[in-house]
Design a protein around this ligand. Structure first.
Ligand code: COA
Length: 156
């Protein structure tokens, strides 16, 4: 089979509808926080998309939580494109952005722990991220019973 040509690039406003639908699908399964189109428009610069031809097949975003800490959020692949190494490419692209911002710590809250471990992250206690609580958790339906696992990668 011919290798897929995957390009990871910064998202633009043309991607908002695709991102909205991709994230909505995972939000309905309780895997991601939902994002409105308006919120996506506001935060579009934080998103990276993976594209095959002219089809967006995955996305992820990077949010600054503090001077030395960023969080990977909204990382997801379209059905039919999982397990092809594309999610790992998106993580690489987001880590590259963290490096460009000179932010040494990259974290995520996730159920896909072995995926992140495969990409060089370590499982950590989520209590070490007090910054996180103020940003997003206040709006999360699971805030009092969060069962996601915190993972961290230190950049060098
Ligand atoms: C998690 C996700 C982004 C990974 O992207 P992907 O392109 O499928 O991943 P890759 O092909 O780069 O890597 C695959 C590896 O990750 C592991 N992996 C993939 N999804 C996983 C999951 N949900 N839980 C644990 N491990 C997972 C696989 O076991 C695989 O390991 P292997 O190569 O040793 O078999 C994708 O599966 C997805 O969209 N999942 C649903 C949304 C989600 O859970 N997002 C994470 C929220 S932070």
């Amino acid at each position: 089979m011919q290798a897929l040509q995957v390009v990871c690039r910064k998202a633009t406003s043309d991607d908002i509808e695709t991102l909205f639908l991709l994230i909505k699908g995972y939000a309905e399964k309780g895997i991601m926080l939902p994002r409105t189109r308006e919120a996506l428009a506001y935060m579009i610069d934080s998103f990276v998309v993976a594209e095959i031809g002219d089809e967006v097949v995955g996305c992820g975003s990077l949010t600054k939580l503090g001077s030395d800490l960023v969080e990977i959020r909204s990382l997801g692949m379209s059905d039919g494109y999982k397990g092809l190494g594309i999610g790992s490419k998106l993580v690489d692209a987001l880590i590259e952005q963290a490096r460009e911002q000179r932010t040494p710590k990259v974290m995520a809250l996730t159920y896909a722990v072995s995926f992140f471990v495969k990409n060089g992250f370590t499982v950590v206690d989520k209590e070490i991220f007090p910054e996180k609580v103020w940003k997003d958790c206040v709006n999360c339906p699971k805030q009092l019973a969060c069962d996601e696992i915190a993972v961290l990668k230190m950049l060098n």
